[in-house]
Design a protein. Structure first.
Length: 233
């Protein structure tokens, strides 16, 4: 099988789960690189410079480092909003999910017909699993505004039930912790035999993943996505 590309659909919600180094980030970057929906807002809490290497030639980008600057970008006329907006909140906000949620709320009100990519999503509601107004708006009313959401995390156990219940497409990479495996199985029952069967445990090959469509109740194992990172830029 050839390498895959991920094509986003407007208003749909995607979750990408997998431990560090499993291929999770490559999956998200693939989806963002091949997206036909713009603008794309990347909430980057890890300061991952690879996000800059996925921007196709000819597309515009801007990085913002605080909420006020983000709001200024959102006030721009639509034709002047950059194709890729990388949001890097200051370190003191990373342990304050309620403050981080203000970015999502501003996004909801100002950017219909867009992509919201949340990297390491647990930062936005904390280990208590509390969902605040911005995240709730994006995952519920955001559909009617054609806002596509991608939720990424190494630890699905810490992602709130509300978030997972609003996702249609799951991309599941290697997960080592039993709690995380069970969280996935609670949603995608077809994975139970492969992940925690009594007589066998299917191991994913490196960078392979399980894909599951919640609505169709179908899923399969797929080979690695295409690595879209451009080196040397």
């Amino acid at each position: 099988m050839t390498q895959q590309t991920i094509q986003l659909k407007e208003g749909e919600h995607v979750a990408i789960f997998g431990q560090n180094g499993s291929g999770k980030s490559l999956c998200g970057m693939n989806a963002l690189h091949y997206s036909e929906i713009f603008p794309i807002v990347i909430y980057d809490t890890k300061l991952d410079n690879d996000f800059y290497t996925i921007i196709p030639e000819g597309f515009t980008d801007v990085t913002v480092y605080n909420l006020e600057t983000f709001k200024q970008v959102l006030k721009m006329s639509r034709e002047h909003v950059p194709d890729y907006i990388i949001v890097r909140p200051p370190p003191e906000e990373l342990d304050n999910p309620k403050q981080l949620d203000q970015y999502l709320l501003a996004h909801y009100y100002a950017l219909p017909d867009s992509v919201c990519y949340i990297d390491e999503a647990y930062h936005f509601h904390g280990n208590t699993g509390v969902c605040f107004a911005g995240l709730k708006a994006l995952l519920t009313r955001g559909r009617s505004s054609k806002i596509t959401c991608i939720i990424c995390s190494q630890r699905p156990f810490y992602i709130s039930t509300f978030v997972k219940s609003e996702v249609k497409h799951f991309f599941v990479y290697f997960l080592n912790m039993q709690k995380d495996l069970k969280e996935v199985i609670d949603i995608a029952r077809f994975l139970a035999q492969d992940l925690l069967g009594e007589n066998k445990k299917t191991e994913l090959e490196q960078y392979h993943y399980w894909y599951y469509d919640v609505i169709k109740r179908t899923g399969a194992i797929y080979p690695p996505v295409h690595d879209v990172r451009q080196r040397g830029i």
